[in-house]
Design a protein. Structure first.
Length: 420
């Protein structure tokens, strides 16, 4: 015997939706071989709870003279029933947010090195699962013929996949899917094997650095000399004599600057401060229109600086579009995910992978936090002034003034490609 299906039509009732109820009734009619529209209309009334909104509406349809068509045709009754008891529209993300999430879908070479992943009741290759998820996202948005956000997606791919698609950004998402779907698994396995070898070398180097740091700490500890016999002078080592003044002056800067980047000049700080101010002014709102404009800014930025090698790229002059909804740089927030009130560790263990900002934006925020610290980007940066002595007497006054003018010119020239 088929399961009895009851419907009330109440707003808070835990029951199937109107469309699902009609589907179940159709299955019930097929199982019981009910074919007449009149018999279907009579029998469906037994599935409405007495006194419920659905039962009251059914009684109205049964008695009203204008509803004769609904009583005599089951399809017409089904359409009227779904219209009357249409449920609330489920919450959906804005299209701009979905496009941004599509452009930020990532797969690392370390993920490819895992080989396979369990999906459902079978094991599939990691790359095949990733392409399937990207294909589903593109189909949901209907952007297979568009290239919105394709630059950001391409730059996030591992080198082996970038080479597999031809080393250039495809013209559309459909072309990108076709190229990724045609990547042979043998090529992926060769790249992952090389990655394992490189990762092993990196791990060995990190372990060696830890051991050297431990040895340095042990060597820097104070050693207490054993007691000497009375009236016996301490031995004098040739290396314990003080270095000549010239030798000390030559050795101290080398020891102080070993392995460190020289501090930025005032002109460099002013240039970076101005670039960050422009990036903040051009940051879009966290709305669908803002995300769409942000995707266009990313595409325009990459088209402008596509010929610049990553090692030669200077973000303190080029700038980079800021993600909508993220806090202002130099505000003490996390550089990698922009979490409010959070300062995560350098290895980003506290940042979720899905919340990481683009790599260039992370580098720009980190550069601003390192050079400028916590500072306001709403007003121009000002240089320190000595109120006692005459400013023109400083030997670097004219030089700094010239550097500032040149920095402003460079700043205007490199950042003009970003959208207003």
């Amino acid at each position: 015997m088929a399961e009895f299906v009851q419907f009330t039509g109440e707003r808070d009732a835990r029951e199937p939706a109107a469309a699902d109820f009609i589907k179940r009734m159709n299955a019930h009619f097929r199982a019981t071989q009910v074919t007449s529209a009149v018999d279907k209309f009579i029998e469906v009334g037994d599935h409405f709870k007495h006194g419920s909104p659905a039962d009251k509406w059914y009684e109205f349809v049964k008695m009203d003279a204008t509803m004769a068509t609904e009583r005599g045709d089951w399809d017409t009754f089904s359409a009227a029933f779904r219209t009357r008891f249409k449920g609330a529209t489920p919450v959906a993300k804005p299209r701009g947010q979905l496009e941004a999430e599509l452009s930020r879908m990532r797969i690392a070479i370390g993920d490819l090195a895992r080989g396979t992943v369990h999906v459902g009741d079978k094991d599939v290759y990691v790359l095949v699962d990733f392409v399937k998820r990207v294909c589903d996202a593109i189909a949901d948005l209907g952007v297979s013929g568009s290239n919105t956000g394709l630059w950001d997606f391409y730059n996030g791919l591992p080198p082996v996949l970038q080479e597999a698609v031809g080393g250039v950004v495809p013209a559309s998402w459909a072309a990108m899917l076709a190229a990724l779907d045609g990547v042979p698994q043998s090529k992926v396995e060769v790249a992952t094997a090389q990655h394992r070898v490189q990762q092993a070398l990196v791990d060995q180097f990190a372990d060696l650095q830890k051991k050297m740091a431990a040895m340095t700490v042990s060597a820097s500890r104070v050693v207490v000399n054993p007691p000497r016999a009375p009236n016996v002078p301490a031995p004098v080592s040739p290396t314990s004599a003080p270095n000549p003044p010239n030798q000390q002056q030559q050795q101290q800067p080398a020891a102080a600057g070993r392995g460190k980047r020289p501090p930025p000049t005032i002109a460099q700080k002013e240039l970076l401060h101005g670039v960050l101010r422009k990036c903040v002014r051009r940051q879009h709102l966290d709305t669908p229109a803002g995300h769409a404009a942000y995707a266009r800014d990313i595409t325009a930025w990459h088209e402008k600086f596509c010929l610049v090698a990553p090692s030669d790229l200077q973000l303190e002059t080029t700038g980079y579009p800021l993600t909508p909804g993220t806090p202002c740089p130099c505000a003490g927030k996390c550089w990698r995910c922009g979490a409010v009130g959070v300062q995560h560790s350098k290895d980003a263990n506290g940042c979720a992978p899905c919340t990481l900002l683009p790599r260039n934006e992370i580098m720009l925020r980190a550069l601003g936090g390192t050079w400028l610290g916590r500072t306001s980007l709403t007003v121009p940066i000002t240089a320190p002034v000595n109120v006692v002595e005459v400013v023109e007497q400083y030997p670097w006054y004219e030089t700094r003034k010239g550097e500032g003018a040149q920095a402003e010119e460079v700043q205007e020239g490199f950042v003009e490609g970003l959208q207003q």
